[in-house]
Design a protein around this ligand. Structure first.
Ligand SMILES: [Zn+2]
Length: 185
């Protein structure tokens, strides 16, 4: 278990970008744009809470996964949080899930998942252990948040709304701050 205050910097990773649009929403902006907007909101909140934030991208351009991880691995006292929206072929699936790989990242994922579920009322798909590239190759505690399905018409309608993304961002930030405080979910 990580001690309270084990990080003072957060690497915020907006998924996709540039030629990689990520998921195509049933309506409205694609995942890359939604993820960037949400990531920027998270960054703003964390900075105003006194944390240092490093963004892997701050615009609509492509960053290879290894460079995203390298940024995290080159820093000390950091956690890495990747922001995504989900997509499946069917219209029905919905909800929020947070992925981690290493055991030392599991509490961070649980802290974020709890706050997002509490604030959004979305279906709780839980925290999941998965070897995604940006998690598996990360030497720092690292999580990947899937903040809802843009393939689900009603969930997508919410996600396409700036006020909803702001609330999601606030919840992700609260989860990160709870982790910094050493809170056990
Ligand atoms: Zn994605």
């Amino acid at each position: 278990m990580q001690a309270a205050g084990y990080f003072d910097t957060v690497v915020i990773d907006a998924g996709h970008g540039g030629h990689d649009s990520g998921a195509r929403a049933v309506n409205g902006a694609p995942e890359k744009q939604l993820a960037l907007d949400t990531a920027r909101r998270v960054s703003r909140i964390l900075r105003s809470s006194g944390l240092r934030v490093v963004e892997t991208r701050s615009g609509d351009y492509f960053i290879p996964l290894d460079q995203r991880v390298a940024k995290s691995n080159s820093l000390r006292n950091v956690v890495f949080v990747s922001i995504h929206y989900n997509w499946v072929k069917r219209a029905k699936p919905s909800g929020v899930e947070t992925f981690f790989y290493s055991a030392r990242s599991s509490r961070l994922s649980a802290n974020i998942q709890r706050e997002v579920i509490k604030s959004s009322g979305a279906l709780n798909r839980g925290i999941k252990n998965r070897g995604f590239y940006v998690l598996k190759n990360n030497k720092r505690p690292a999580v990947l948040c899937e903040l809802g399905f843009v393939s689900n018409p009603s969930e997508n309608r919410k996600i396409q709304t700036a006020a909803v993304r702001q609330r999601l961002a606030e919840a992700v930030a609260r989860g990160i701050l709870a982790e910094k405080a050493g809170r056990n979910p």
